[in-house]
Write a protein that binds this ligand. Structure first.
Ligand SMILES: [Fe+2]
Length: 352
């Protein structure tokens, strides 16, 4: 389940035994109070990129990198902000990092004094619109800003450079009301939940400030928990996104979808009474092209009160295999594994 706190502490594992080794903590010099649910990995620069939010009289977003080799942390940029936005992920291209600031914002003073749960301190202020900030990875320079009409999103899908502009794909919602839909109490009460958004594409010109980002909807097929062939296309032009879907309105996440972002063409896997968790793409060892491999998803089988691991052909969305489990498994594939400098593995993006 998507949790709404971003005080994510990555968890370390032994890559052989899968024994939990405790939390992975960022260095104190980075400061900040909260981090983000979805760091990026840059295979070329051999590092992760992420950011923290430092609340204070002068709040700021602090972008940083963590070297694969030795875990060294380096601040890239400090971006001052008066009302920090709730951001669950950010975009990465080959050369740039992009923050999409949705107008769900918080007063740092209120956060300190209210005593309310984290997310309840945020306010939807659509008059602020949506603002993109583009930062160059290697120099830390902010090289563009752009604005668009207010939307909300949890997840960036992918982003890439195209001539003098950036293409940014996100799963968007008209407002932040989706957060209320995801409260556990509402789910337990069996109320209708449509936990899916629109696959939206924004085009942001580079080298300009405060220009308008152009937006269009890629397809009418709704999607959430998006995944791409990350090892091959992260930050680059791409064609395919997989995710969870919603065939029957109000029926939570009841299908898996594969969408061609150029044509909008969609393929679906679904089975009556089944609720798939986030799909994870695994490339074939000999893959020569994007999206050659299998898709894994832990599926809750509501008919039998148990779960199974589903293996799909990632291109045709046809079942190859399933491993039945004698009990239910909580949703929770919403994570990525990264090698650490000591030979272990770190699970990032784990929502709690
Ligand atoms: Fe997430």
């Amino acid at each position: 389940m998507v949790a709404l706190t971003e005080t994510t502490l990555p968890v370390r594992f032994d890559s052989e035994t899968l024994q939990t080794l405790g939390h992975y903590e960022y260095g104190k010099q980075l400061g900040g109070q909260i981090s983000i649910a979805h760091p990026h990995h840059d295979a070329t620069r051999r590092c992760q990129f992420s950011y923290v939010v430092e609340f204070g009289r002068r709040s700021r977003y602090r972008l940083f990198r963590v070297a694969d080799e030795d875990g060294a942390e380096t601040t890239i940029a400090d971006l001052p902000v008066d009302r920090p936005a709730y951001m669950h992920s950010f975009a990465m291209t080959r050369r740039y990092l992009v923050l999409a600031e949705f107008p769900l914002v918080v007063s740092p003073l209120q956060l300190l004094l209210s005593g309310e749960p984290f997310i309840k301190n945020y306010r939807w202020q659509p008059e602020r619109g949506l603002r993109f900030q583009v930062v160059e990875k290697d120099s830390g320079r902010r090289i563009a800003t752009a604005e668009a009409e207010a939307v909300f999103a949890f997840h960036h899908v992918n982003a890439y450079e195209r001539g003098g502009e950036l293409v940014l794909d996100l799963v968007t919602y008209p407002d932040a009301g989706i957060i209320d839909q995801l409260y556990l109490s509402r789910l337990r009460a069996g109320k209708p939940v449509d936990a899916v958004g629109s696959l939206s594409r924004y085009v942001v010109p580079l080298g300009t400030a405060n220009c308008a980002a152009q937006k269009h909807q890629i397809t009418t097929t709704a999607i959430e928990l998006p995944r791409v062939d990350y090892g091959r296309v992260a930050g680059a032009s791409y064609r395919v996104v997989w995710g969870t879907g919603n065939r029957q309105p109000g029926n939570f996440l009841d299908s898996l979808v594969r969408i061609d972002v150029e044509t909008g063409e969609c393929a679906v896997w679904a089975e009556s009474g089944c609720y798939p968790g986030e799909p994870v793409f695994v490339a074939a060892p000999d893959a020569g092209n994007e999206a050659e491999g299998v898709l894994l998803s832990v599926v809750l089988d509501g008919r039998n009160d148990r779960s199974f691991l589903l293996v799909l052909d990632a291109t045709r969305m046809i079942e190859i295999a399933r491993a039945e489990c004698p009990h239910q498994i909580p949703f929770g594939f919403h994570g990525n594994f990264f090698p650490t400098s000591d030979g272990g593995l770190t699970l990032r993006n784990a929502h709690r």
